[in-house]
Design a protein around this ligand. Structure first.
Ligand SMILES: NC(=O)c1ccc[n+]([C@@H]2O[C@H](COP(=O)([O-])OP(=O)(O)OC[C@H]3O[C@@H](n4cnc5c(N)ncnc54)[C@H](OP(=O)(O)O)[C@@H]3O)[C@@H](O)[C@H]2O)c1
Length: 248
């Protein structure tokens, strides 16, 4: 019987959950548990890490999961690697929902860097006002450049911050170009640091940066192991239709 594990934490995973629920496919949505109040989903939800590849394998077996759909963020590489390894070990079908990376167009001033360390190094020497749109996990690396003041946009208000000059805006995407334009202007931002996440939910800050002629230091995606991928909800549903027992 079909039982899908949907690895989530993204806008796209929410859209998939809706489609899977509408199709009547038994699905469990998995959150890592990084945010205090995760978005509600139209399918049952579980929260928290599985305990590495071995823990994920045990979960897949115990819950009699038949298919895994990895719709995690493109920078959630550890989860995606674990899913590939666990599914390969158990012979379970896996598909990754991959959104295309953003590509610079006319008027964009993007400097691509391979990782967080390179993003830190790419900041100017003179004091700048930096919109650090990279989430919460890697903020400490920017403490190496304490001359800058940083604007952070986070889903939850953190209890403490590893940066000396930082201000937090608590907000959850998707964001609009108009709102991000207003934010960049009001905060007198001079530089943006962002991950090349792709998709629509976090794109607005790049469009706003282009309108203001601001430089964007854009961190490339981490490499992932070979796996089957889909680029849309419809493709994932087609994949399931071909390989799933839909008589649930
Ligand atoms: N990284 C980002 O920039 C970013 C941005 C937006 C949203 N997110 C979402 O935030 C979550 C965590 O991202 P991350 O970058 O910390 O991931 P990560 O570095 O790839 O994962 C670290 C560990 O967190 C657990 N984990 C991650 N995603 C999980 C999920 N959906 N369900 C259950 N456990 C999960 C796993 O723990 P175990 O090894 O114990 O199983 C994994 O090994 C992901 O769900 C991702 O979609 C991430």
């Amino acid at each position: 019987m079909t039982h899908i594990l949907l690895l989530g934490g993204t806008t796209e995973a929410g859209l998939l959950a809706r489609a899977l629920a509408d199709a009547g496919l038994r699905t469990v949505y998995s959150y890592a548990g990084r945010t205090a109040a995760p978005v509600a989903q139209p399918v049952p939800v579980r929260v928290g890490g599985f305990g590495g590849v071995a823990g994920l394998q045990a979960y897949l077996r115990d819950q009699r999961i038949s298919h895994v759909v990895d719709a995690t963020h493109p920078f959630a590489a550890q989860m995606s690697r674990n899913a590939v390894a666990a599914c390969a070990a158990l012979g379970l079908p896996l598909i990754g929902y991959e959104r295309s990376g953003w590509v610079a167009g006319p008027g964009d001033d993007w400097r691509a860097v391979p990782d967080i360390a390179a993003a830190v190094a790419a900041l100017p020497d003179r004091a700048a006002r930096v919109f650090l749109a990279i989430g919460r996990q890697h903020l400490a690396a920017f403490a190496a450049r304490p001359q800058h003041s940083y604007l952070l946009r986070l889903v939850d208000c953190p209890e403490s911050l590893p940066l000396p000059q930082a201000q937090v805006v608590v907000a959850r995407g998707p964001f609009t170009t108009e709102a991000d334009l207003a934010l960049l202007r009001a905060q007198a931002i001079t530089h943006i640091v962002a991950k090349n996440a792709g998709g629509t939910g976090a794109r607005a800050k790049l469009d706003a940066a282009r309108l203001l002629g601001l430089p964007v230091i854009l961190i490339d995606r981490p490499a992932l192991p070979q796996r089957q991928v889909a680029g849309s909800v419809a493709e994932v549903m087609r994949w399931l239709g071909h390989s799933a027992d839909l008589g649930v």
